[in-house]
Each structure stands twice: as C-alpha cells, then as structure tokens.
Design a protein around this ligand. Sequence first.
Ligand SMILES: [Ca+2]
Ligand SMILES: [Ca+2]
Length: 272
Amino acid sequence: MKLFAPVIAALLLAGQANALAAERLPDGVVSKGSNDIAEAWLTRPTTRYAHGILGDAIEAGGLAVKMSDGRLFEHVLPAGYVFEDRRARPVDLDGDGRDEIVVVLASVTAGAALAVYGFVGAELSLQAKTPHIGRPNRWLNPAEIADLDGDGRVEITAVWTPHLGRVLQAWHYADGKLNQVARIQGYSNHAIGSPVQDLTEVVQLSDGRRALAIPTPGYEKIAFMVLQGGTFAEVARIPAGGRIITAVRSSKNGRKLEFATYPKTFVTMSIP
Ligand SMILES: [Ca+2]
Ligand SMILES: [Ca+2]
C-alpha cells in the first residue's frame, strides 16, 4: 500500500485540480448540501446537444462537488450525453446520512432521464437513472425532493415533457435503484425556453397534510397535490391572476405562496 499511496494521492490531487479548473455552466446555480456534500454545480459547458429548452443551447458536460471536508470531485460525461439542467441537487435520498445528487441527464439520441449520482469509494459516479424518454429534444424538469406522504421516505418529483405530455411523477431511490411511486397527467413546472425551473413548492395545508404546489398547463393556476397510498390527488386549484413567470416560493411563515405574474405583478396566494 505504501507504494500506491502517493500515486492515489496524486490522482486525487489531479481530480481536485480538474474540478477547480473546469469552467462552470454560464447560467448554472451552485446548490448546497446538508450532509457530506457542501456544494454541487455543473461544469464543462458544451453545445453538443442543440435543444435549448432552458433558454440557450449550452448544456453541461460535467458535475462537480465540494465535500464538507473540502475535497473536490468531478464526474465528466461521455460525448453522447449532457446534463440538461442548471443545477445539481445534493439530497440524502435513502436516509444513510450521505448526500446523493439529483440531476437531469440527457442523451443526444434518446432525450432526458432523471439521474442520481453518488460515491462508490472515492469515485463520483452514476448510481441510477430512469429510462430516457426515447427521442432527442424531449426533456423533464425536476420539481421538489421531499417526503410528501410522511412515510419517512423521500420522493423525487419531476414533470416529464412539461410542454407536451405534462406528467408529474414521483420516484423513490433505494438500494441503488429508482422506482416509480406515482404519476398523474396535466401539470407543468416549466415554460418553454425559460431559464426558470423552480415553479413548485412543498407546502403544509391548513388540515396539516403536506402538498406539492404546482402550476397547471398555461401557468395561470396553482394546483395543490397530495400523495397518499401511492396516488397523487389534487385537493385545490387556485387562479394566480395571470401567467406565472418567476419561481414560486413559500412566505416566511409558510402560509402563502409568493411569485410574480406577467406583466410584473407580485402575487401572494394563501395556501388552502
Ligand atoms: Ca444517501
Ligand atoms: Ca414519502
């Protein structure tokens, strides 16, 4: 081991230098983790996938993370893939105390898949992904990652083809696999060509249940969705007073949603 230790140390240092030197995605967002990952972001801007669903045709070819102890890691994709996303989301999905990373992985021939990255030893690598949609220029937009039904397991939610089929789905990640929990058609969390991805929020309803707030097609109403017994159910649908054009956020006391509608009207909506 003594002979190999300096080699391994040199490789780790080389990896750190690469992650530091790798150019960030121009419109990328640095996300913070809350366990062993301090920060995650997308790297290596590339134009090899000419889709442009998020406003430009520059996507990411790499994923970098900074651990809480300061170490840096980067995963670089092969040429046929990009991260079609603006952020990488560090969350402990399986309750083992270590963060996984949720990000949209797109194949240039088969379109998007929801992907989970994590560590095997000291290597940041793909742990699981949903099937790709099946053709290029088909995308999905992650929504919220939270325990929606209160069973102690985290659901990853996302809308598949938010401009076409508009299917809200929930998935569990466990034992290195992604399993679909629920799906329902008729909701959208992204307007085509917009850089704004965050049109959803997890809220607590007045009856105490947790719900996912998500726009309906056209972005002029917000639906409140509960997950119960493996099924999504819409419990309320409230007009927004116009087309939602910004991120949707909870107010400080958690009783309202805040966002803006076109043309630039600030809206606060009471949570039912
Ligand atoms: Ca974990
Ligand atoms: Ca759950």
